[in-house]
Design a protein around this ligand. Sequence first.
Ligand SMILES: NC(=O)C1=CN([C@@H]2O[C@H](COP(=O)(O)OP(=O)(O)OC[C@H]3O[C@@H](n4cnc5c(N)ncnc54)[C@H](O)[C@@H]3O)[C@@H](O)[C@H]2O)[C@@H](O)CC1
Ligand SMILES: [K+]
Length: 449
Amino acid sequence: MARPILTATEMRRLEQHAFEAGTDEYALMERAGAALAEATLRFAGARETLVLVGKGNNGGDGYVAARLLVEAGASVRIAAVGEPTADSAKLAAKDWSRPVEAIDENTAPADLVLDCLFGTGLTRPIDEDIAEPARRLFTAARRVVACDLPSGIESDTGAILTDLGPADLTVTMGALKPAHRLSPAMQACGRVASAAIGLETQSDWFEIAEPDLPALDAQGHKFDRGMVHCLSGAMPGAIALSAHAAARAGAGYVRVSTSRMIDGLPSSVVQTEDAGALDDERIGCLLVGPGMGDIPPLLTVALTKTHPLVLDADALRHVGEPDRLAGHDAILTPHEGEFRALFGDLVGSKADRALLAAQQTQCVIVYKGPDTLVAAPDGRLGFAPPAPAALATAGAGDVLSGIIAAMRARGMEPFEAACAGVWLHGRAAEACDIPFIADDLIAALPDVM
Ligand SMILES: NC(=O)C1=CN([C@@H]2O[C@H](COP(=O)(O)OP(=O)(O)OC[C@H]3O[C@@H](n4cnc5c(N)ncnc54)[C@H](O)[C@@H]3O)[C@@H](O)[C@H]2O)[C@@H](O)CC1
Ligand SMILES: [K+]
């Protein structure tokens, strides 16, 4: 099941709805604290623990978790920024009958630090009189577990306003927040465990999960399984990777338009010089861009056809005005540089920018990076689960566009095809020994499909 992702404002709205529907405020915090304690015990066992608490509800969750960890047999201390100010947090603090220490240079370290300083309420960098001792305590601990978000992280943008050091585990309340899946924050979250706290958290934003791939029809022939047609350009090695990946990702027929024989392609991939091949109605997806180089007519030709498109790499640099894509059934797969070349400096978080680009073009946008997003014009937004950093290697993008083209040709809708491609690409990377090369990703595809 795809995990929903909600912004801080949406979380507060949900919480408000629950209160209006009769949920008791403190009961919600009790559930959050219990989930935090349970996840912590599962992750690290009952051990010497220091709970760092802020004045808001994130701190409130910490008081509840601390009490439950004591009941589970852990040795627990609390160190606080100050007296709680949020109402539920005040109640939670009252239920903690032991001493509360200050957070300063004298706070003694512990084996496990539970970070409950700030969650979705963080609005500015943390003052150094708290950040400095917190950093020291994080470093000294063998394990750090963060409540909802590692403190210092901006929930909706993934910016790190104050760096306290990474958590090993983040226990997120109700739903994931954008920062759990946006860089640079996502790299500071460690594993992200979701705690259900009884809020209804459906959302158009979600973490991309394992796709339902189209079933194979026992009666079907190769063209029913999807035909991908690729346009080769100045550097045919790149489109060869895409074509090979498309074939391995289950397209029944893969063909490349090329004026010279491309070496190293599987013999099942057909190479053709016939321009008429592009008018073949059986084409389920036309892929252009990898290795295209400075040959703009290739894109122009692709845009005169009505086939579903995947536009990648150099094709994106030659689009010029995004309006040119109007009316096309296209998936665009830009990395940061290509995105900026095409859309300029859009404002907002990476999530906002991806959605703006999708609306502007009415195309699906796969906005690549360590935090790849898939945006649809209707507002759906998929966030990729973490994938190995070793994916930043030559040709990995060509492989991705080939997989997506295969999914599209196999009959998946554009948004679903793009999400499936991103998920499979990441899992293929996980299946490879590091360091790997793009060809290894292709070879690993059958293991993850
Ligand atoms: N919204 C929900 O649905 C739920 C929220 N819960 C918890 O509540 C948290 C949010 O609580 P709050 O809204 O009280 O916010 P926080 O506890 O994150 O922050 C507390 C307050 O600190 C102040 N503040 C912000 N940045 C600061 C800074 N740099 N230095 C000093 N003060 C700063 C703000 O006024 C903020 O309201 C969540 O992260 C989660 O842990 C859970 O208890 C249960 C459900
Ligand atoms: K926190």
